[in-house]
Design a protein around this ligand. Structure first.
Ligand code: ADP
Ligand code: MG
Length: 831
């Protein structure tokens, strides 16, 4: 409040047109009663006053204090959505954008045409929309179209503590947009909401806000939580440890929900199954289906009612039904692509604990076990918000979605494995891998806090206090952990030439920015910096390269720059529809079901074996023969997309052939979106999405391979020739410019047996080995023609480029270069 006073002084000249109207909202009595219990309600006046008097306000409040659901309603009631502008709220997670829009619509008793959401591929926004929940990526795209965001009267950046890349960029951009808008008739308000008090990166940042925005702290009635540390820290089997701890709590401690934090879907399902085996859930006869499904959305309720009529005579519904849900792995929930719950490529052994089933539990109090993770179907997710069947104890096994995005009622015990799954990129090589690492102290405390929402609680940490002491204090901002070429291109397109000077809340490293700029120059998206002059001047020039017309076209495609380059080249030889399909397939993280995962039962095992064989067969079929085979994994993707859409893109087709239905639907949408984007940039080609696309001709396949090479030029690898192999580890290995160690073609790849001399790959994933994903064969002679920027034609000793082309026509890769081009020093591998 001190802050606010300080700010009143310079708020004088601001905002003449403050809304004074009060827009009534017709809420049901139950909703109203529940709202009044939320801590943020006590702060409504403070919040609204601060918003009126300041262009930007920061709100900090414990998870569950009502920020996400209530603040948009305050603004709506105060008339911020009645002057023609709308209230926009950004979320880093798609699941939050969708579920919060539904929740707020329900609370306000307004239709979804008014309280709507927009995520990357879908939404229900109409011209009547007043409150719009969206992912941060969606708003960033909108800024590109309309820098001043004229349609909005307020932008709320939610979950800012998560520090997702797009959130950070948005805050940087909005710090500039807000002052511009405040000079106009219709000002724009910015609210930043965070679940933690650590907001200095936003407030004490002269580059961002000259006057620090006021910070409103919402005092959540948090009950004390007793934290219990383990004496020892299990290094491997924390799932087993979590199992034992949960059993103990359930058998020995008084009633109250249990929330267990694990790192990924596979672990969640494994623990759910073990707990259900240990404490079989027998539905008490007093619980009817109707009761159990009590608090659900209108449409859902009608559906259930209809269903209930039909199944009335059945003794019980099958509560175990969800464990049979396909584990939808490898997808991304966030627009920016932090796949913190993704199990893609995970090689953590989830094998059963030998003690499984030995636990003699007291089955008299049933344990009602529910899984919770981002990619869980929304109906399944909604279950955690409802009271458990009477006489049972709720037990939710969750990934870190339950940390801040969603609040589960009635939790008294938290079991925290102390770990989190994160995607790591190697800054130099671009190799990505999923790793389970220790979480931060801030996250661990957030998790513990979940236990004290309704009464005093307990948090059991499955690690020692010494280990906790070694955790980093806070989680790093995502922007410091991933490549930034896409962001740099988007910023250049916004005419932010000196990206280094952008007011990032936390700036990415100079190396990451330099690498991004370098890649974009190689792709032709930015102008080549002058090669002459002093080293310092050159370095400076490299960080301020202006965007080229090609770069503008690329920036308008909603895909990463390498793929955007392919789209830009795609019109040759009528290849565009194929390029669009391939790029769409590459953008969606994984189109094939992961059939290599360990089976959960013997029955499933035999099914999996069958399906694996079927998928292998289909892969061979889709890869085609002869010329098309050389397009490799991308041909398989193209074949799969073509076949699936030919068959009408049905769940059955996907299920039968080992494709992820959700991925195929997303590809279909993305194909439409990319087709529109290409037509907008290049109207003369006029492509359309043909559901009955015929396979490419041999000539087109050659063309496609070249287009792919042009886009993935920095992902070129050369097979190590037999005579060069001194160390057996190089057998069948490939050499890439940036790595000491060999990389390999995955056994599932279409080119596993072919082993072409030169390949390009989509990405390298580190699992048991360094494996290239999305591999295509390229011809040696294309390399100097299509990638002159990466080739050197003189003496190999002086070669400043990764690839050396000798006069005899051989192309070699240098030893891993400490330089990338022209003496570029890159940082050491940092994990
Ligand atoms: P914050 O954003 O501060 O974390 P929220 O606004 O998300 O808080 O949540 C406020 C309250 O609303 C919480 O107690 C939560 O349990 C409840 N809530 C949120 N979504 C739902 C839902 N879909 N169904 C029932 N209750 C919900
Ligand atoms: Mg929230």
């Amino acid at each position: 409040k001190q802050n606010q006073k300080k700010d009143k002084g310079n708020a004088k000249n601001k905002i003449m047109s403050q809304p004074t109207i009060f827009i009534p909202v017709d809420r049901s009595p139950e909703i109203q009663e529940a709202r009044l219990k939320l801590p943020i309600l006590a702060e409504e006046q403070v919040v609204m006053e601060a918003v009126r008097e300041n262009p930007c306000v920061v709100i900090c409040g414990e998870t569950g204090s009502g920020k996400t659901t209530q603040v948009p309603q305050f603004l709506y009631e105060a008339g911020y959505a009645s002057g023609g502008g709308i209230i926009g709220i950004t979320e880093p997670r798609r699941v939050a954008a969708v579920s919060m829009s539904h929740r707020v619509a329900k609370e306000m008793n307004l239709p979804t045409q008014v309280v709507s959401y927009q995520i990357r591929y879908e939404g229900n926004v109409t011209s009547d929309t007043k409150i719009k929940f969206m992912t941060d990526g969606v708003l960033l795209k909108e800024i590109q179209k309309d820098f001043l965001l004229q349609r909005y009267s307020v932008i709320i950046i939610d979950e800012a503590h998560e520090r997702s890349v797009y959130t950070d960029i948005l805050i940087g951009l909005l710090s500039r947009i807000v002052p511009l808008r405040n000079k106009k008739a219709k000002p724009l308000k910015l609210l930043i909401m965070s679940a933690t008090l650590r907001v200095e990166d936003f407030t004490d940042n002269q580059k961002l806000f000259k006057t620090p925005p006021p910070v409103i702290k919402v005092d959540a009635r948090q009950f004390p939580v007793t934290v219990h540390f383990n004496k020892r820290t299990p290094l491997e089997d924390y799932t087993g440890e979590a199992f034992h701890k949960t059993c103990k709590i359930h058998r020995m401690l008084p009633p109250g929900g249990i929330l267990v934090f694990l790192t990924g879907q596979a672990e969640v399902h494994s623990l759910c199954r073990r707990l259900r085996n240990a404490f079989p859930f027998r539905k008490s006869s007093t619980v009817t289906e109707g009761e159990e499904e009590a608090d659900t959305s209108e449409a859902m309720r009608k559906f259930k009612k209809a269903k209930q009529k039909k199944t009335m005579s059945l003794p019980r519904i099958d509560l175990d039904n969800y464990s049979a849900l396909p584990v939808d792995e490898g997808d991304e929930d966030r627009e920016a692509g932090i796949e913190d719950e993704d199990d893609g490529g995970s090689d953590i052994d989830l094998g059963d604990d030998p003690t499984d089933g030995e636990t003699k539990a007291d089955p008299s109090i049933p344990l009602y076990v529910l899984p919770l993770y981002s990619l869980l179907a929304p109906e399944q997710q909604a279950k955690v918000f409802r009271p458990p069947p009477p006489g049972t104890r709720l037990c939710v096994i969750a990934t870190n979605v339950a940390e801040t995005s969603l609040t589960i009622p009635g939790i008294k015990y938290v079991v925290d494995c102390g770990r989190v799954k994160k995607r790591f990129y190697d800054r130099v090589t671009g190799v990505s891998s999923f790793k389970v690492t220790w979480t931060s102290q801030a996250s661990a405390n957030q998790r513990a806090g979940r236990a004290g929402r309704t009464e005093p609680g307990h948090c059991y940490r499955l690690y020692s206090s010494a280990v906790f002491g070694d955790f980093s204090l806070f989680s790093e901002a995502e922007i410091t952990r991933r490549p930034v070429e896409d962001l740099v291109l988007q910023m250049k397109d916004l005419n932010i030439e000196k990206v280094v000077n952008f007011p990032f809340p936390t700036p990415p490293s100079a190396e990451a920015l330099a690498a991004a700029e370098q890649l974009l120059v190689s792709l032709g998206a930015l102008e080549e910096p002058p090669r002459t002059g002093r080293v310092k001047a050159m370095q400076r020039a490299r960080l301020t390269c202006p965007i080229t017309p090609l770069g503008r076209a690329m920036a308008s495609f909603p895909v990463a720059p390498r793929y955007a380059k392919m789209l830009a080249l795609g019109k040759q030889q009528d290849c565009l529809p194929y390029v669009i399909a391939v790029v769409a397939a590459m953008t969606v993280r994984e189109i094939f079901e992961d059939l290599d995962r360990p089976a959960r039962s013997e029955d499933e095992n035999s099914k999996l074996t069958q399906r694996r064989a079927r998928l292998a067969q289909m892969r061979r079929l889709w890869a085609g023969q002869g010329a098309s085979l050389l397009l490799g994994d991308l041909m398989v993707m193209l074949g799969a997309v073509g076949a699936c859409e030919f068959a009408g893109c049905t769940p059955k087709f996907c299920e039968d052939n080992g494709l992820r239905y959700k991925a195929m639907v997303e590809i279909k949408r993305l194909r439409g979106q990319l087709t529109n984007a290409v037509n907008a940039v290049c109207p003369e080609v006029s492509v359309f999405v043909d559901p009955k696309m015929t396979p490419p001709t041999e000539l087109q396949v050659v063309c496609l391979r070249q287009i792919v090479l042009a886009g993935l030029g920095d992902h070129l690898a050369r097979r190590v020739q037999a005579e060069d192999i001194l160390d057996p580890k190089w057998k069948n290995g490939y050499k890439t410019p940036l790595m000491d160690d060999p990389v390999f073609i995955h056994p599932n790849s279409a080119l596993f047996k072919t082993l072409p001399d030169f390949v390009v790959y989509q990405e390298i994933m580190e699992t048991t080995k360094m494996y290239m994903r999305g591999v295509s064969a390229v011809e040696a002679e294309w390399v100097p023609q299509l990638l002159p920027q990466y080739c050197h034609f003189g003496s190999p000793l002086e070669a400043p480029t990764p690839w050396f082309c000798s006069s005899t026509g051989t192309i070699r890769c240098h030893r891993p270069s400490t330089f990338f081009r022209v003496g570029w020093q890159l940082p050491a591998v940092e994990m």
